[in-house]
Design a binder for this molecule. Structure first.
Ligand SMILES: Cc1cc2nc3c(=O)[nH]c(=O)nc-3n(C[C@H](O)[C@H](O)[C@H](O)COP(=O)(O)OP(=O)(O)OC[C@H]3O[C@@H](n4cnc5c(N)ncnc54)[C@H](O)[C@@H]3O)c2cc1C
Length: 449
């Protein structure tokens, strides 16, 4: 039976995980060591060879912060940060340079709540002695633009107020994912397979596995859909979660610039969504955490034979090798770069990318058994903030599979009231940009300046 009421379901003898991003791979890691699954077979399928170049989990960098307006995510992120400071970041893939979280005047609600939460974490001793790695006071309030610019030390800045948390930083996302994959491989419990899932296989109200695009089938007692922004193709998630495209732009810098900028804090403006992450290997990234672009696509209805539906799905460089971000997004990145690091303001972008979030209306993840189909579990809805939880999220997902969803996330991660139409825009107070943009329309206005 489906398990919407959090009761303990039977242990599946075979688990099939679709998707090898943060959500799928961390689930594979946790299942590999969990005593309840000692006798279960575990198969992990991804449509791309690892590391999937267009997945949300693979990139040069991801922000690692406990700086959340929501205390539940803040506390979980603080737990994850301990792992980043330990074995997960041991090879230099985590750099605790600090996070300067700022807002424009009149739009500072998220930043104020986040400040309260991180100050609470300091008080409760989540970071010994209330100091960041550099030994500075962990959290410094920044009341003016001048104070922000002083902390950034780039000759620029962003926003009018905020704070810097010296116990936050950023991780080399691909390196961390490779580390996670090695751990899973070493445990030897998971069969990896490169194949694209075409559709789930049903027997009455039970999902019994998956049909592959190559015509093959994989049967399993429990199928975990962790296909990120592509999940809406396999399960009808209209009104629950939807793919939104986000812009990223990279520029090459000199060794002298690398030396000067390599240890600046991450700068994130929560009013505009624009951010810069310090450079590594002479490449600097500027990007936008926004409502993003939808990409409405007609696909066969995953549950109703012969019917179709329209959902937003990713369109990436794997589909279009020459893809470049829309002009609107490039202009936003250019403006942010000029403001945040003026000396690089006119440096051409060498590479751009549209990276796809799986967004939910509240920014909460979807980690739950399906309410109608036995044998089907969802682990998706990352909403642009899932990466930092890589060291801990797999354990939480397995808890949810076992009907032990953490109390503080029970409502947040459960299957919500379902809408009929697609078109989800996350309203968690952290997004910049315009709501309702459609990728094709923006592309028609121009791309590659
Ligand atoms: C631009 C950008 C910036 C971000 N910044 C941050 C940040 O600073 N900090 C942070 O914490 N988080 C950040 N995030 C969010 C974080 O990266 C995501 O929440 C997380 O990586 C999502 O992981 P996932 O496993 O759900 O999806 P993905 O990593 O996308 O994995 C899904 C996998 O499913 C596979 N797949 C898809 N369809 C199929 C199919 N039919 N069959 C088989 N396999 C399939 C794909 O190949 C892919 O490997 C950011 C995300 C983006 C896009």
């Amino acid at each position: 039976m489906p398990n919407p009421d959090n009761s303990t379901p039977p242990i599946p003898s075979s688990v099939l995980i679709l998707g090898s991003g943060v959500f799928g791979l961390s689930t594979a890691l946790s299942l590999s060591t969990h005593p309840s699954f000692t006798h279960s077979t575990i198969t992990l399928v991804d449509r791309s060879a690892f590391p999937a170049p267009d997945s949300a989990s693979i990139d040069t960098s991801r922000i690692i912060r406990a700086d959340y307006a929501d205390p539940a995510y803040s506390a979980l992120a603080a737990k994850a940060s301990k792992h980043w400071r330990g074995e997960w970041g041991a090879d230099g893939s985590y750099d605790e340079v600090g996070l300067c979280l700022v807002a424009d005047s009149g739009k500072a609600e998220y930043v104020k709540k986040s400040l309260q939460n991180v100050q609470g974490l300091v008080k409760s001793g989540a970071r010994q002695a209330g100091q960041g790695r550099a030994g500075k006071d962990r959290v410094q309030v920044l009341d003016t633009r001048e104070e922000i610019e002083r902390v950034m030390n780039t000759g620029g800045g962003s926003g009018e107020s905020g704070y810097v948390n010296w116990a936050s930083g950023w991780a080399d996302a691909e390196a961390a994912m490779r580390y996670c994959r090695r751990k899973v491989e070493e445990l030897g419990r998971v069969s990896f397979r490169k194949a694209e899932a075409k559709s789930l296989l049903y027997s009455g109200n039970k999902v019994i596995g998956v049909e592959l695009v190559d015509g093959g089938r994989i049967l399993a007692d429990l199928t975990v859909v962790a296909t990120g922004a592509w999940s809406g193709k396999l399960v009808d998630l209209r009104g629950i979660a939807s793919a939104t495209g986000q812009v990223l732009a990279y520029l090459d810098i000199t060794q002298e610039e690398q030396d000067r900028l390599g240890k600046i804090p991450v700068l994130l403006n929560m009013s505009t969504g624009m951010f810069v992450i310090p450079p590594r290997d002479r490449v600097l990234k500027v990007a936008r955490h926004a409502y993003g672009y939808s990409n409405p696509t007609r696909v066969p209805h995953p549950e109703k034979h012969g019917e179709s539906m329209v959902v937003s799905l990713p369109r990436t460089k794997v589909d279009e090798p020459d893809q470049w971000i829309p002009k609107e997004g490039e202009l936003a990145c250019r403006k942010a770069l000029r403001e945040m690091i003026p000396s690089l303001g006119d440096r051409p972008f060498s590479y751009t990318r549209i990276c796809w979030y799986m967004d939910t209306p509240t920014g909460d993840w979807l980690i739950t058994h399906h309410p109608c189909y036995e044998g089907l579990f969802l682990a998706t809805g990352g909403s642009g903030h899932g990466f930092k939880f890589l060291p801990v999220i797999g354990d939480k997902i397995v808890d949810c599979i076992l009907g032990k969803t953490p109390e503080e996330f029970r409502d947040k991660w459960s299957w919500p009231e379902k809408g009929k139409e697609d078109g989800v825009w996350t309203d968690d107070g952290s997004r910049g940009g315009k709501k309702g943009s459609v990728l094709d329309e923006e592309m028609r206005k121009g791309s590659r300046l």
